[in-house]
Write a protein that binds this ligand. Structure first.
Ligand SMILES: CC(=O)[C@@H](O)[C@H](O)COP(=O)(O)O
Ligand SMILES: NCC(=O)COP(=O)(O)O
Length: 237
């Protein structure tokens, strides 16, 4: 079965909009796990626009499932992850000014850099995952680097699927078959949603984990609106 790790970046975005502690990130993480979520993912960025470095520390004692920290391995990120020692670190090559992650690693070009970082995390007992596009040479590169897992960057699949193009999954299936042959664990994420997750998970052999944030939190708002609007109407009677 594929594990669901919930990315709570968007909860932090909402909290930061008012400067207080609503919604309470730690309570949300606790509740997600209580409701069956099998992991918590965060992706702190250097500008701390959503997850703050202190959130990452505070979550350490709250996350009793899998704790996955994603980010670009610059020095402050590496130090943070080594301090917290989560279950898994996912290395993502996002530019400092990127709105969100928008590409996987070139695992051939950055082989030496990634190998060194992967080994440092592994020496500290942290499982590593490398964010990659569904390209066979990038999967082979990830294997050479020595990571335990890859995370397939699913934006292209999600986009094609939203247009009705189900064959957008083909490169992901080929990548997964190769990753399985090479003994790499497979995670996936970005723009996965209630619309596309079943099709994706049923077609990707050996999919261990998906991390989902933007759509899941948006869906939670949509699906909760009816209930909450009616609760307010009751109070106003
Ligand atoms: C690697 C990935 O696809 C996600 O972690 C995504 O980058 C979430 O980050 P934002 O919430 O900042 O978009
Ligand atoms: N690794 C992907 C992730 O954590 C969440 O991405 P998204 O669902 O916010 O696009």
């Amino acid at each position: 079965m594929t594990k669901l790790s919930v990315n709570i970046n968007k909860i932090a975005t909402l909290r930061n909009a008012r400067g207080g502690n609503v919604p309470d990130l730690l309570k949300v993480a606790t509740d997600i796990q209580k409701f069956g979520g099998q992991g918590i993912t965060i992706h702190p960025r250097p500008d701390e626009r959503h997850i703050r470095y202190q959130d990452a520390r505070d979550l350490k004692s709250i996350v009793c499932t899998e704790y996955n920290i994603e980010g670009n391995p610059e020095k402050t990120f590496i130090d943070l992850v080594l301090e917290i020692k989560p279950t898994q670190v996912t290395l993502v090559p996002d530019a400092i000014d990127a709105i969100t992650s928008n590409a996987g690693w070139d695992t051939i070009k950055h082989k030496d850099f990634l190998t060194e970082i992967v080994q440092e995390f592994q020496r500290n007992g942290i499982r590593t995952s490398i964010f990659v596009d569904p390209a066979l040479e990038m999967i082979e590169g990830a294997k050479i680097i020595g990571t335990e897992r890859i995370e397939l960057y699913t934006e292209a699949f999600a986009h094609e699927y939203s247009l009705g193009n189900k064959n957008g999954i083909d490169p992901y299936v080929k990548s997964a078959i190769l990753a399985n042959e090479l003994g790499l664990g497979i995670n996936a994420g970005h723009d996965l949603s209630l619309d596309n997750i079943q099709f994706f998970s049923q077609n990707i052999p050996g999919l261990l984990e998906v991390s989902i944030g933007h759509a899941l939190i948006s869906e939670a708002i949509y699906l909760g609106l009816d209930n909450v609007v009616n609760m307010y109407l009751q109070k106003l009677k």
